[in-house]
Ligand binder design. Structure first.
Ligand code: TYD
Ligand code: MG
Length: 451
């Protein structure tokens, strides 16, 4: 082990460095390196022998206790079917997005299902949490509250009360007196998370940690917290929109990429059980530049509207503005349209947007993006009642995507009657839907836009 000296840690990625430098070599972030209290030098001698068991030998291991549902379906789905006892969950999100509101509501729901819940706030006094609960109509929920930031006290409390679930809001306000740096610093966050996660596993208490996210979208403090916990959920949404999406980005006990949709109202978050209807509700008459994408989020089909605007650019380098989609993907699709279909976008500003504040990450959205772009460029509306999905390869071919039938069923349910999909999509017949299969982008542009 090296001699313990001061260490320098990147607040963006958690990498440690021997000396201060302006740019982190590990993640490339500028000005993110801070000095941290030295880590312990580690054990000098060998430790005691640990115990190992045969994988096949299950005798003596009890069956794990079943998951606990909160009754909030959107939350349970994202957790993979309920909260796993003794698991550690991290809920990240921008300040003010609604994390405390969500978790207070979750605590109340779990408590009403008989789980002993303790909500510890390091940011608000208990009276303030109670006021919020009143506003949410949860004042009579059997949840215990604590306002504490010293982790030693919190662990003692948890040990004495042995709740089934402890919510720590937020991990950035917690501090350990054995670590010599300010709350919110990388070493404090890391140490506090480590203590809480170990406690959770050892004592069978599930913990949910709240983490604020930095402006570039990472959980403030180290990424290492993400590695320590079993499940990482992001609570996201555009501030101007009332929709909030809870997304599982990592889940040891369930599918990642699962989403739960909520709406922020005057009395807290309400669940949105039919997100497609919500995301499409702003759609009026069919207009050029709009295409409906039949997507899959986790295990659930979600229809979203992709909007494009294409206009002559006064600039030498035309603008490419994207909201809710990957901008690299837009460049690729524009390049394929130009190179394979002979439709140039040079000299044109392109704006692309997913309606409703939704974020789409599936490659299956490519075809809908191309359709929206072409529709805006040619000023021709896509036939209404049409949904699209399919991945575009660099050769311009359309590649089939998974879960075709689920996509079609959801579209049919919402009143769509036609789908445009890649050839070989293996689309089983879905009542009320006709599927037009196309081999490549050239066939698509020819058939739909006559281009
Ligand atoms: P909050 O849960 O405090 O956010 P976070 O813990 O992520 O920082 O939510 C803050 C925002 O939510 C605040 O701007 C007001 C809004 N809000 C409502 O619109 N309705 C409500 O019932 C509540 C409690 C909050
Ligand atoms: Mg909060």
């Amino acid at each position: 082990m090296s001699k313990a000296g001061p260490s320098f840690t990147c607040t963006a990625c958690g990498a440690s460095h021997r000396k201060w430098q302006g740019r982190c070599e590990a993640c490339g972030a500028w000005n993110s390196i801070v000095e941290e209290a030295p880590l312990s030098a580690g054990p000098k001698a060998l430790g005691g022998k640990g115990k190992t068991v045969a994988l096949s030998d299950l005798s003596g291991i009890e069956a794990p206790p079943p998951r606990v549902g909160s009754g909030m379906e959107e939350l349970d789905r994202v957790l993979g079917g309920g909260l796993v006892p003794a698991s550690a969950v991290l809920v990240g999100g921008d300040p003010g997005i609604g994390k405390s509101t969500l978790l207070l509501q979750a605590a109340a729901s779990f408590a009403r299902k008989g789980l002993n819940c303790l909500y510890i706030s390091g940011e608000e006094a208990s009276a303030q949490v109670r006021m919020r609960a009143q506003r949410l109509g949860l004042a009579d929920a059997p949840v215990r509250l604590g306002a504490e930031t010293n982790l030693r006290d919190i662990l003692t409390t948890l040990d004495a009360e042995r709740p089934g679930l402890a919510i720590i809001d937020s991990i950035q306000t917690m501090w350990l007196d054995t670590v010599d740096s300010a709350p919110g610093s990388v070493s404090q966050v890391r140490a506090a998370a480590h203590e809480l996660v170990t406690f959770a596993k050892r004592r069978g208490v599930a913990v949910i940690l709240v983490g604020h996210v930095t402006k570039d979208g990472q959980i403030a403090g180290p990424r290492v917290v993400e590695h320590m916990v079993d499940t990482v959920l992001y609570f996201e949404g555009e501030r101007g929109h009332q929709f909030r999406i809870l997304r599982a980005v990592k889940n040891r006990f369930g599918p990642a990429d699962e989403i739960g949709v909520f709406e922020m109202t005057g009395v807290g978050l309400s669940q949105v059980t039919n997100p497609s209807a919500l995301f499409l509700s702003e759609r009026g008459q069919p207009n050029p530049g709009s295409a409906v994408f039949a997507g899959i989020e986790g295990t659930r089909p979600v229809l979203t509207e992709i909007q494009a605007l294409v206009a002559p650019s006064p600039l030498g380098t035309p603008r490419r503005t994207v909201v809710g989609l990957d901008s690299g993907r837009l460049s690729t699709i524009l390049a394929v349209l130009e190179a394979r279909c002979g439709i140039p976008f040079a000299g044109l500003d392109v704006f692309l947007n997913v309606a409703g504040g939704m974020r789409v990450t599936e490659p299956a959205a490519d075809l809908a993006v191309a359709a929206a772009l072409l529709s805006a460029r040619e000023d021709v509306a896509i036939p209404p009642e049409t949904v699209l999905f399919g991945e575009i390869s660099l050769s311009g071919a359309l590649r089939p995507v998974g879960q075709t039938e689920n996509r079609l069923k959801e579209a049919a349910k919402l009143g769509f009657s036609q789908a445009i999909a890649p050839s070989r999509s293996k689309a089983g017949a879905v009542e009320g839907m006709s599927v037009r299969e196309m081999p490549d982008l050239t066939a698509f542009t020819g058939e739909i836009f006559g281009a």
